[in-house]
Design a protein around this ligand. Structure first.
Ligand code: MG
Length: 230
């Protein structure tokens, strides 16, 4: 039995993965757990120590364990696919390090939370997609989508594809990446998110929750540690 954990993936880039991951991490840390945090590779940041970088935010959420460099051992400046970003710097993504980088966290933590890069099928290196890493780490996925129209289709596509790839999905989070606004009508973001959550849960059998724009904790009702142990 390895260290329990969750692998947070998006239906796309910019759907709220980091916010969902940091919110789950803070909740686990508040239980007194040592939470390991890992971002296998990042682009758009010259260094994982840059405040506001995903790695830095994950690290802070976990209570600053180890170093930001341990959170994200490979970081490239240009905000494009990692291997293309690396190439601009005359470097390449170390695909072995993508895998080895999790080890220090596995041995020093009660639970690990990993944030992927981009979507489930985004390339991390020439030979590795996010889904490949998820399968090898054997951690259940938390699928994140933006709480806006199209969430049902985007989310079902990712959940079904993950399952077809032999990867377990633990839960789905719809994240309000913008303030949902008022008033509430059948087509307003809050209604769309609620309807989508119900539909996704019915069609996948998964727990589905909605993270409000301003929320600092996950809604009650999902035991993230229990999901991480499966
Ligand atoms: Mg992110």
């Amino acid at each position: 039995m390895g260290t329990p954990g969750l692998f947070v993936v998006g239906t796309d880039t910019g759907v709220g993965k980091t916010r969902v991951a940091t919110t789950i991490i803070r909740g686990l840390a508040a239980l007194g757990l040592r939470v390991g945090v890992y971002k296998p590779v990042a682009s758009g940041w010259a260094t994982p120590a840059a405040e506001q970088s995903d790695a830095f935010l994950l690290w802070k959420a976990a209570g600053s364990p180890r170093t930001p460099q341990d959170v994200c051992p490979q970081s490239f400046t240009a905000a494009i696919a990692p291997q293309a970003s690396a190439k601009l710097e005359g470097r390449c993504v170390d695909e072995s390090l993508l895998r080895r980088g999790l080890e220090p966290w596995r041995t020093s933590s009660d639970v690990v939370v990993i944030e992927g890069a981009g979507g489930l099928f985004s390339p991390l290196g020439d030979d590795t997609l996010v889904v490949d890493l998820a399968r090898e780490f054997a951690l259940p996925l938390v699928v994140v989508d933006a709480a806006r129209l199209g969430a049902i289709g985007r989310t079902l596509a990712v959940v079904r594809a993950a399952r077809a790839e032999g990867v377990t999905v633990a839960a789905v989070v719809l994240s309000h990446v913008e303030p949902p606004g008022e008033p509430e009508t059948p087509s307003s973001p809050r209604s769309v998110a609620r309807d989508a959550a119900r539909e996704i849960a019915a069609r996948t059998g998964l727990p589905v929750t909605i993270l409000d724009h301003d929320a600092t904790t996950m809604p009650a009702g999902i035991d993230w540690l229990d999901l991480a142990r499966r």
